[in-house]
Design a protein around this ligand. Structure first.
Ligand SMILES: [Fe+2]
Length: 284
């Protein structure tokens, strides 16, 4: 039987979205961002996307090869777009799914990365990967470490390189290679999103279009005791963070991760205090 990716409307009960996510490792949420929010986010990031250099230097040759030279990147989104920081990163549906997926393994989850990946014509298929391999040193099996999503900020089509995913691969042994017929492509309208576990195999497909840039927003969260891909506190410094709601500040990593109730300890203190309090008191 051909694999499938379930497609559910954003107003479906979170339990239904979670059930699909648990079973298949990925689910398409149609209309996650309403048209107004989609428009605001696109307007707020548009100049930064246009100015981004597809041939920008990367951390090392492996990352440079992974991204290629036909993709424009904008990260640090919470400092560039208030709609991202307050409405997309704090989207109630995404946070409810984070509650279900990540809270069993932590006291509080945080933003891992908000990253626009604007793939131009000729951008080649990404290496098929698991996002969770960022934390390769964590012994497996492990609790769910990451919940990720790719939000379509423009239409995702088969031709312009909609994300390829392998449903069910979150349950595979990590050395099992997918066959071509096991992939499903997350073709979706602008404002829709594919939400997936960090252990699911996936990758962007080749953009075969002549002139269409495929603008996607990778938004992912991790358990709050893990080092995040982007250093979100530096990317969104106190001068900006203090203008955001506390929930956003906590997602950006300003709060301590408090595992005292589980007989654990704290991560992320400053001078033995919770940076959220310092921010409120004007001391950061
Ligand atoms: Fe990925």
């Amino acid at each position: 039987m051909a694999p499938e990716l379930r497609r559910l409307a954003a107003d479906k009960p979170v339990a239904d979205l979670f059930a699909a996510l648990e079973e298949d490792g990925a689910v398409v949420i149609e209309g996650l961002l309403d048209p107004g929010l989609l428009r605001r986010v696109n307007a707020e990031v548009s100049d930064a996307v246009t100015a981004a250099d597809p041939a920008m230097p990367h951390l090392n040759p492996a990352i440079a090869g992974f991204f290629g030279t036909r993709t424009r990147h904008v990260a640090g989104l919470a400092s560039k777009s208030r709609a991202f920081a307050t409405e997309v990163m704090c989207h109630p549906t995404l946070l409810a799914l984070c509650d279900a997926v990540l809270l069993p393994g932590c006291a509080e989850y945080v933003l891992n990365l908000g990253h626009i990946i604007d793939r131009g014509p000729g951008a080649e298929q990404q290496l098929i990967h698991r996002d969770e391999l960022t934390w390769v040193h964590v012994p497996r099996p492990a609790p769910q470490l990451q919940l990720a999503s790719m939000i379509a900020l423009s239409e995702f089509t088969a031709e312009n390189g909609a994300t390829l995913l392998v449903p069910g691969s979150h349950r595979w042994p990590w050395d099992r290679q997918p066959r071509p017929e096991e992939f499903v492509q997350a073709v979706m309208t602008a404002g829709s999103a594919v939400v997936y576990l960090g252990s699911v195999l996936h990758g962007a497909a080749t953009n075969r279009s002549a002139d269409v840039w495929r603008r996607g927003l990778h938004l992912s969260y991790v358990v709050g005791w893990l080092r995040t891909e982007e250093n979100n506190v530096l990317a969104t410094p106190p001068a900006i963070a203090r203008t955001l709601p506390e929930r956003a500040q906590r997602l950006l990593g300003y709060g301590v991760h408090d595992a005292i109730a589980k007989l654990g300890g704290y991560c992320g203190m400053v001078g033995l205090r919770d940076p959220i309090d310092l921010l409120r008191e004007g001391k950061l």
